[in-house]
Design a protein around this ligand. Sequence first.
Ligand SMILES: Nc1ncnc2c1ncn2[C@@H]1O[C@H](COP(=O)(O)OP(=O)(O)OP(=O)(O)O)[C@@H](O)[C@H]1O
Length: 518
Amino acid sequence: MSHFPDWKNSTDRQQQQQSSMAAGVHYPQQQPYHHSNSAPVTAASPMSGQVEVMSSHQYPQQRGVGAPQSAHYPPSSSPAHYSNGQHQPAGPPQASPYGGADQRGGYANGVGGINDGGGGRNHRSSGREYEDEQRRRRSRSSGGGRGGQQQQQAPTSAPGRRGDYPPPDQQASQFHYPAGGVANNVTPPSTDAASSSNLAQSSTLDATQRRPAYLLHRDLVIGKGSYGQVCIASRGEAEGHHSNKSGKRKKFACKCVMLRNDPKYIAKLQEEVNVLRELRGHDNVIRLFDVFCVDNELFIITELGRGGDLFHLLTTHPKHGVTEAYAAKTVAEMLSAVSFLHSRHICHRDLKLENWVLESGKDVWSPLKLIDFGLSTHYTPGHRLSRVVGSSYYVAPEVLKKSYTEACDLWSLGVIVYMLLSGAPPFYGRNDEAIKASIVQGAYTFPHELFRDVSDDAMAFVACLLSYSIEYRYTAEQALTHPWLTANCDPEQLQNCKDGARGVGTDGVGADVNAMQM
Ligand SMILES: Nc1ncnc2c1ncn2[C@@H]1O[C@H](COP(=O)(O)OP(=O)(O)OP(=O)(O)O)[C@@H](O)[C@H]1O
């Protein structure tokens, strides 16, 4: 028996993936996986009522040939643990490979209980502030969830058919926005119908300012999150504007968020949009195209990651772990994006497999793009953040202890790399509270069963990111120079990542948002 429900058989996830396929998100067929001799990942146990208190996705606990049969994996008696206090490096961590499997392990320290009162999460709502989650859960259980309202209000066409939203007769007024019509300020909904007209509607248009209408395909859902759903939007020839070479309408991802009359909520959305704007142009950050409001609903139009997210890539294949070459390429791109964020004093705070999408549905080696800046925030260097936000499994211990810096993003990347290499999370538990306790304790191992094909350098790299002390944790810039990346990445690609980290090659960063509109 395992404490991890069978995430592979999650109905929500399957439906979402089928919907994504229909929506034009095609998961690449190439398989960058290793462990070809390993047995398929074993489904642990059927999804159970635990889902209410589990994180968004359930990660496998046991897998592969030789995986321990115990309920807790790695076993708590594993000799691979060693304590943080005893083995903390004296200076910034170097690429010091561990001598052997029995010496590899995580740092344990005597940190006490978790002081966050966060609760569990539903299937796909892990990336949110814990207090908000509690509120949403109450709202859902009373049948008043925002997502439900959104579904009901959506004036889509008949089920199964493409739903063009808004209806054709409303498109001109609602989706032809002026040149300055991007919602530069997200306005809270108003009870006054006249004043609740969105920015697009309230501006005067002339012919030269008009832009092509978007068609929002409400039934082509590519992702669901705690703040709404992400659908396909398209525009192109049908409105007499430029189409792509094949004459098809160009597709975008559209995050649809119902606005609430809540200043904090609006401020959060404003920050998400601001951050997306500011990061525009980096190769590994999803590109923002438009933002606008219609009838108290905010639409954030971005580039479409056609290859789906990394969670899907990692979990839908029967083998576990990707090759080191693929992991290194992936991580170099992640570090490039994160270094770029940090150079602009933006902390993402929700780095996880689900928030990286592949640009192409045909090439698994295509560039990765960072999405979901809903928890991102600008920070003042040297000042600590205190709000407990993040996703289970990935959240850094110092975040749970309410005093953290941008280094929390590097911890999350450490968790991601660990998972890419092994297919399992370093910190886990039977529910969110147990996972958080495991993180705060900080002990993890590199079980031989999962890491037998993984190099010492790779594990040393992970350890540099999963350093309990932020003093010793690598920055994104430092991590980009780690020998494991040098040994496993294409030199030119790695250099591009390093350049991207410094903002070299990013087009028009900081320029007026209107310049980016198509
Ligand atoms: N631009 C995109 N291209 C492809 N897929 C996307 C894109 N944006 C979002 N998705 C998919 O939709 C899912 C949810 O999107 P997003 O994370 O932005 O929503 P959210 O409400 O903020 O979610 P969460 O609560 O998990 O943080 C993603 O995990 C991803 O699978």
